[in-house]
Design a protein around this ligand. Structure first.
Ligand code: IPE
Ligand code: IPE
Ligand code: MG
Ligand code: MG
Ligand code: MG
Length: 291
């Protein structure tokens, strides 16, 4: 899909420019060096692109969309820094480069992640052209996605679940650790695009399906994609005996289920009477990507 690749690249460039603009300029702070390193080191930027594409279903201000997109990337980058730490996945490669704690040190990596979270909320709160009520909705959406019932509990389960779990528990873990932020990304886009509550609910249901499909594909990539392509250590999950989709249902079944989820997501979108073609292309990309 060459046209879609161009579209992806255009949005990636847009969010990369916005990130450079909103990050505090580097001073002599090691903390800020680590923040810059971990945010501006590539990445597909899919969550921020989901913010843009969802916001474009309605009408949105460019700066508002850029700030919301950056806020979501800040949260995502924090989650990756902490996910790679020795106490968690203990990975040394991220986006083809040394992970934050390898490049800097563990304490700096923990603190860089800690810094990025509130920076996301600050950015939303300091955005002009947004009412206070809208800011509260947005902060609340992101906070819930990251909370102890969201991403963090999902990450906790990732550390604790044993081989006896069933597919429902695995789905919940994946939805929490990865899906919730993806769901929130489309919700933020929808909020700033001025969508009504019914439309937002549809968009969130779409995001939930895409979020689960995204993590299943991530599990497949861990098995199948060489590090040169994924930018992450191949086989990391198996080495740590993680419970993943391929470990529980096998690689072929994982592919079938992730594809089915995207079909369900696309079916949900048909009930939105809006131009969703770009969002549809992105959802399909999520389960065909190799990195
Ligand atoms: C990786 O996310 C971590 C997961 C939640 C699965 P991405 O695959 O979106 O990572 P980047 O941002 O493109 O590096
Ligand atoms: C990461 O899941 C989820 C979060 C960062 C919240 P993974 O541990 O599978 O992500 P990768 O494979 O390291 O990118
Ligand atoms: Mg992990
Ligand atoms: Mg990991
Ligand atoms: Mg993974």
């Amino acid at each position: 899909m060459p046209e879609f690749e161009d579209l992806l690249q255009a949005y990636q460039e847009r969010v990369n420019q916005a990130l450079k603009r909103v990050l505090p300029p580097k001073d002599n702070s090691r903390l800020l060096d680590a923040v810059h390193y971990s945010v501006l080191n590539g990445g597909k930027r899919l969550r921020s692109i989901l913010v843009y594409l969802s916001s474009e279903l309605g009408e949105t201000d460019v700066v508002v969309a850029d700030n919301a997109a950056c806020a979501v990337e800040f949260i995502h980058c924090y989650s990756l820094i902490h996910d790679d730490l020795p106490a968690m996945d203990d990975d040394r490669l991220r986006r083809g480069k040394p992970t934050c704690h390898v490049k800097f040190d563990e304490a700096t990596a923990i603190l860089a992640g800690d810094a990025l979270q509130p920076m996301a909320y600050e950015l939303i709160c300091s955005t002009d052209n947004l009412s206070d009520t809208t800011k509260i909705f947005m902060v609340n959406s992101l906070a819930k996605a990251c909370s102890y019932k969201g991403m963090v509990e999902g990450q906790m389960k990732d550390m604790q679940l044993n081989k006896d779990i069933d597919i429902d528990e695995l789905n919940l873990m994946h939805e929490q650790k990865t899906g919730r932020l993806i769901e929130s990304s489309v919700e933020l886009g929808g909020i700033i695009g001025g969508l009504n509550n019914d439309e937002l609910s549809i968009l969130k249901a779409f995001g939930k399906k895409v979020g689960l499909a995204f993590q299943i594909r991530d599990d497949i990539i861990d098995v199948e994609s060489p590090s040169s392509e994924s930018g992450k250590p191949q086989g990391s999950d198996a080495m740590k005996e993680k419970i993943t989709y391929p470990s529980l249902v096998g690689i072929e079944e994982s592919k079938i289920r992730s594809q089915l989820l995207v079909e369900e997501a696309l079916a949900i979108l048909t009930s939105l009477n809006l131009r969703t073609d770009k969002l549809r292309s992105l959802a399909s990309y999520v389960v065909t990507r190799n990195h």
